[in-house]
Unconditional design. Structure first.
Length: 316
């Protein structure tokens, strides 16, 4: 089997955590004991590359490795990002990437993709601390600073360093299904999917000391996805008003309750399509989307394919 080549393009100031994430996660993805990916590291100028720690990494591969990759990942680099310009060597390296190659960034690596014009007119994210600068430099990009990652098909971006884990698991899940991604998550001792976005990690003034979370309502909703669930139902689980619940929910999870609930219904549908032979109509009912037509619409909006096509790909 020809392995999917993932090339990691590093630059001076690269963050070791982000470099390690890509190798660890993609390198752990296996089926039948066989690795599914080959991960290679390259740089515009081969040799010792300074990191943002007290050591350097030796990278013998140059930008030619990008031409053979099916996925390219650009980690952040302190001191080099947060600009709307690319130096000639980096631009020349990116020119080696073949059309149709999937390219992803971690943290402020999104500045590189945006400066290269790869994010024009597309939805993207980056670290919340850099969001305002990113928005000023690249007004043509649809920045969403609340999410952990943004998937635009062949171009993906993630928030801060740890969100690179979420992004890599998402790409593995897209390529090979939930079972492989979940196995990688278990090996790495990380959750296979984190609810909400980076909005929940942005420090905000504490206006209600000791206020309860919305965790009980979310847990209840996950146990009852097969039924209609209203905002009032959720608020009653926490004994607060709908308005108070909605505000707390958005502060904790980073999205509205309705959006979160739809995401959970679609994720549960994906699990059932991958692991059972239930008819699509039954899957739709079991996840609270009502009809097969509704499930098809929601799957196309969020995943890009129909339930039957998704099942053919991930269940066979």
């Amino acid at each position: 089997m020809t392995r999917h080549v993932v090339a990691v393009l590093v630059r001076p100031g690269v963050m070791p955590l982000e470099l390690g994430i890509v190798h660890q996660l993609f390198g752990s993805a296996r089926t039948g004991g066989e690795p599914l990916y080959e991960v290679v590291t390259c740089t515009p100028e081969p040799g010792d590359v300074r990191t943002d720690a007290d050591f350097a990494v030796r990278v013998p591969r140059g930008p030619g490795a990008l031409a053979a990759a099916r996925t390219v990942v650009v980690p952040a680099a302190h001191g080099a990002d947060e600009t709307d310009r690319l130096d000639e060597r980096l631009r020349a390296a990116l020119d080696r990437v073949r059309p149709g190659t999937r390219i992803a960034s971690i943290c402020t690596g999104a500045f590189v993709l945006a400066a290269a014009g790869l994010l024009d007119g597309r939805r993207a994210t980056t670290h919340w601390k850099s969001a305002e600068l990113f928005r000023r430099l690249f007004p043509q990009v649809k920045l969403d600073p609340d999410v952990l990652y943004a998937d635009e098909g062949d171009v993906l971006t993630s928030a801060g360093e740890a969100a690179g884990i979420d992004l890599c698991l998402h790409m593995i899940r897209t390529d090979h299904g939930a079972a492989v991604a979940n196995d990688v998550a278990r090996r790495t001792v990380v959750p296979p999917h984190r609810d909400g976005g980076q909005a929940q990690y942005i420090p905000r003034p504490v206006t209600e000391p000791g206020s309860p979370s919305t965790g009980a309502a979310r847990a209840w909703a996950l146990r009852h996805l097969d039924r209609p669930i209203s905002l009032r139902d959720l608020a009653e689980r926490e004994s607060v008003s709908v308005r108070t619940f909605t505000r707390r929910f958005r502060e904790e999870v980073g999205m509205s309750p309705a959006r979160w609930l739809l995401r959970q219904r679609v994720e549960r549908a994906r699990q059932l399509l991958e692991t059972t032979d239930l008819p699509v109509e039954r899957v739709a009912a079991d996840v609270g989307l009502g009809t097969a037509a509704s499930l098809r619409r929601r799957m196309r909006e969020t995943v890009g394919v129909s339930p039957r096509s998704y099942r053919r790909t991930f269940r066979g």
